[in-house]
Ligand binder design. Sequence first.
Ligand code: NDP
Length: 455
Amino acid sequence: MTATQTEFHPLTESVQPVFDTVLARSPHEPEFQQAVHEVLGTISPMLEQHPEYVEAGILERLVEPERQIMFRVPWLDDSGKLQVNRGYRIQFSSVLGPYKGGLRFHPSVNLSIIKFLGFEQIFKNALTGQGIGGAKGGSDFDPHGRSEAEVMRFCQSFMSELYRHLGEHTDVPAGDIGVGGREIGYLFGTYRKITNRHESGMFTGKGTGWGGAEVRTEATGYGAVFFAQEMLAVHNESLAGKRVGISGSGNVAIYAIQKAAQLGATAVTASDSSGYIVDDAGIDLDLLRQLKEVERTRIVEYANRRASARFVEGGSVWDVPVDIAVPSATQNELSLADAEALIANGVRAVSEGANMPCVPEAVAAFQQAGVLFAPGKAANAGGVATSALEMSQNASRQRWTFADSENKLREIMADIHDAAFNAAEKYGVPGDYVAGANIAGFQRVATAMLAQGVI
Ligand code: NDP
């Protein structure tokens, strides 16, 4: 917890005890504390007008997951040596629908990170207007440098435990960092084998040839750019001609780059954990996809193969002057110093493609400088919204076209923008999309919890 976060969104008397309980129960979970503090600190204007939520203990219940699953994942590497990882699935809230949220495979994964992601997922999923609850899962397994066979064996072991907690009406995972189409294939295959059910609706992000929906792969990145477009439109501005800075070079980043270019902007950066590239001519998407989706190599290769690009080892991608920033790598990747550099270089809007990529001080700096700022909970909700569309198509055995799916995604992102924008206006914090998204998402969840009783 940081001083700025506490100062910028001080907790009121009615929510402080809830936060104190979180600190006492989860003392070693800084990311989870950070995510809870942000919600508690921004919904107070609404709670003052809705004491029924406080009286019914909605907050006390929401900060405690409905169920937390942690398990051993043993597997044999290519040399026959036993490896053991830890698996997680945190089922936070099923009040609006089956648990829904991605699986992350990254060495940094721990309980705090999965809980922060699962907590945010409750409100994000509510914002989409679809009937989906909130969950998150994953493992501290590191797919980097592992062979295909090792990744497959790990996925099989992971699912051989997790399958008993999943199902199309129970809990429906998807991808996240380190879990893309390849891993989803292995995980789904294992589930099918163990349960003897080709239950398409129990996983989203599947290949389009076996139950996957068009646009799911592109949806998170596209959605984050659509959200930026919506924020700019309020001020009669557009993306055309703008320089866009993007971090990461995975699923979200690649398709944010594609959509920015399609809307007339120029995406000039991408990164991975080894450094970043700048390409003033605009990122060559075919080259980036070849390197990251096919060759699975490091970002420096981009600069090695493209004359207009340079690679910067280490350093901060946010030093590059841009009009729009779409942080799309990981949590807390954009520091206060990064925000100050972006502001000094005239950034106009920030749309979080990743979950909680901006530290609280950076968010405060953007808002104080009048930069349009979209929190991930709203801006990256296009991925899970399209997952819900995949579930609908699986249930009805329909297949929508790419164009229909993209139109629906665009509509959903506009609706999410309007819900956050209008909630911020209504509760006296106009233009504060962080507060607006939290209030709008919370109210949908809280209304359902009141109706369903103490459960
Ligand atoms: P990918 O695994 O496809 O890509 C992640 C990218 O971020 C890689 O370039 C990776 O580099 C980089 N990265 C990850 N961790 C770090 C780190 N600790 N330091 C520096 N770079 C890092 O993941 P996604 O694109 O799917 O996810 C990116 C973000 O978007 C995450 O925050 C995720 O939660 C969020 N998100 C994803 C959704 C989806 O549909 N996929 C939906 C909603 C949110 P390297 O390879 O070197 O690790």
